[in-house]
Structures are given as C-alpha cells and as structure tokens.
Design a protein around this ligand. Structure first.
Ligand SMILES: [Fe+2]
Ligand SMILES: [Fe+2]
Length: 352
C-alpha cells in the first residue's frame, strides 16, 4: 500500500467508498464498544516519526448497511511511520487508530524502544524524548484509569517512571521541557501524569536520589485512582458542591489507599503519598487532618504539584489560571497548606 494514497488503495473491494468521517463519529459515539470488538485505541500522536510501527494498525469504518464497523488495516507491523503518513493522517483528520487487543503488549515496549533509539546525551534529541515520555505516561495512566482492575498496572507505571528517571538523570531538565505538552483540559489520567512528571522533575531539582524520584513518580500516577469510585456527576459538576457531595470526594485518598494496599504492589512510602496528598501542613486537610511533619515528604510534594496542576488546567467549575497566578495564589492565600520550604523551592524550580 502506498503511503501517499493509503486510504483509497486497498485490496478489500468492499471498502472502496468508505466514509471516514462517519466512521470516526461512530467510534466516538459509544454506540458500539470498539474494545468489545477486540480492539484498543491508540492515538496517532503517540506514533514516533521514522520508527517502524509496533503492530498492525487499523481504522474502524462503517460500510453501508452494516451495523458494526469493519476494521481496515492501514499500516502493517514494521512499516515505517514517515512524514508522508503523518500528513495523510492529518489530511483525513484521523487522530486515532486501533490495535488488536492481543497486540497491546507490543505498544508498551514501543515507547521504551523509541526512547532507546534516540542517542544518549545529545541535546537535540531531548525534545523528542520528552514528547515520547509524556505520551508514554498518558498511555500507561490512560489504561490504568480506564480499567483499574487489570494485572500488571503497577509494573507498567514503574517502567514508565524508570524511563523518566533515567532521562532526568542524564540531564537535569527544567519542567518547561514537559510543561509545554500538558493538556489544558482536565482528565484524571492526564492530571496524574502531570503531577507525576512535575513531582519527579521537581525532586530531581531538589537533588533527591533517583530511586526516590522514581518511587514518587509511581505514586503520582496513582494518586487520584480513588476518584474512579466517585460518582462521575459529582466530579464533573460545574456548580458549587453540597457538603454531602464534597464529603464523597474527600473519600478518594482513602479509597485509593485501600485499593492499592489490597493489591500489595506499592510500598509504604508510596501508599502514604497517595493517602496523604490532600493533607495540609496546618491540619485543615483530609482524610486524617495530619499536621506538619506527620505528613510524609512524598505527600507534601504531591500536594504542591497537585494543587498547581489543578489551578493551571480547566476544571468544570472554573477556568485555568496562568502558572504565575497559580503560584501567587498558592503563596498568598494557601501558603499555610503547604510545606513552606518546599513551596519556596517549587517557585524557584518553576523559574529555573
Ligand atoms: Fe486528589
Ligand atoms: Fe490530584
């Protein structure tokens, strides 16, 4: 199949007159669960330029008269994802492709291999690496927050954090390297990646040991997992929450802790980070109302990063503020909530 006309030249004669726009609409409508058909979504933005694709890639298309979409293979495993392909996807406004469920494991190693394919210690590849690491984080967190009960999630989050840790060790990067990719629209899984990346980069800036940075990164990925047990209507509410509703939200650190403890994969520091990420230095936080050094250092870092990301992304109940305004708010109106020394360092870090 030629890369220049990939969507019209195909061996399957049935798919000669496909309506791609309709196909995408169908896949997004949720009227048919594409996952139930044995496919998982893979955003096109995750594909790395000039690398072979890790497995066969498909797009769902609706053939007239058919109730279910047909999956048409557009790229074969091992085929190079070139600029021409990138342009073709753009022209057809295709921003997602599908992968057969049994090939999912190939995607996990794809990101790792993509990073390894880049030369080490070469400044000009740092940008590409940071894109891959951010996408890799979204991929891992997306799957965790989509299906929390699956086995192996902790290992996947650790592999991601290790890859980030290695990158941060090679060259101390400023958060701006990642910050420019941060999605402005709030999704729990992307928020978790933001918090994890910010915490890892910040603690590297503070001179923490790489092992601790990695362990904290894993905790960052998982910190809001308890929100999966909160009614989606409460989470997406654009109006002021009632006391009862807020009480439900306040349960999420404990729910997360219980879930993660029962899975037995995270260590006690990571569990404390998750449980205490809404505790405040002045004792006004939740769920336990801990004070000062009663709060684990991991949790004190997560609390700052969590709050900063919450303020700088759009939420259903308010618009995002600029990083500058967020810091000013945190410093002037919320400073009793944070570890003063860490907050001071965080301000330095963002300006670095
Ligand atoms: Fe939270
Ligand atoms: Fe959070």
């Amino acid at each position: 199949m030629s890369a220049t006309t990939p969507l019209t030249q195909r061996s399957d004669s049935d798919v000669g007159s496909l309506d791609f726009r309709k196909a995408r609409k169908r896949s997004l409508n949720g009227s048919v669960s594409l996952r139930d058909l044995g496919y998982v979504l893979f955003p096109v933005k995750f594909l790395v330029l000039n690398l072979p694709v890790p497995c066969d890639l498909f797009i769902p298309v609706v053939i007239k008269g058919d109730a279910l979409p047909t999956f048409v293979k557009i790229l074969e495993r091992g085929q190079l994802f070139t600029d021409t392909w990138k342009i073709t996807f753009k022209q057809h406004r295709l921003d997602e492709v599908y992968v057969q469920s049994h090939d999912r494991h190939l995607l996990e190693s794809y990101f790792q291999e993509a990073i390894e394919a880049m030369p080490e210690n070469e400044e000009r590849f740092n940008w590409q690496k940071s894109v891959i690491l951010y996408n890799y984080g979204e991929f891992v967190a997306g799957h965790i927050y989509n299906d929390v009960h699956q086995e192996g999630h902790e290992k996947r989050s650790l592999q991601w954090a290790e890859a980030v840790g290695k990158f941060l060790q090679m060259k101390r990067v400023s958060i701006s390297v990642f910050y420019r990719f941060f999605a402005k629209n709030y999704e729990i899984f992307s928020h978790s990646v933001h918090v994890a990346l910010m915490a890892m980069t910040f603690c590297t800036f503070l001179g923490w040991r790489s092992e601790d940075v990695i362990r904290l990164g894993v905790a960052g990925v998982w910190h809001d997992i308890g929100k999966l047990w909160v009614d989606a209507l409460i989470l997406s509410s654009s109006s002021l929450l009632s006391q009862e509703e807020f009480a439900v939200i306040m349960k999420h650190p404990q729910t997360a802790f219980d879930h993660l403890e029962s899975r037995g994969q995270l260590d006690t520091d990571q569990l404390a980070a998750v449980l205490q990420h809404h505790e405040s230095m002045d004792g006004t936080g939740y769920p336990q109302g801990l004070r000062g050094t009663e709060i684990h250092p991991f949790a004190r870092v997560l609390h700052i990063c969590d709050c900063f990301d919450a303020l700088t992304t759009h939420r259903p109940y308010r618009r995002a503020v600029t990083p500058f305004k967020a810091l000013r708010l945190m410093e002037r109106e919320m400073k009793l909530s944070f570890d003063r020394h860490l907050l001071y360092k965080f301000i330095q870090f963002l300006g670095s």
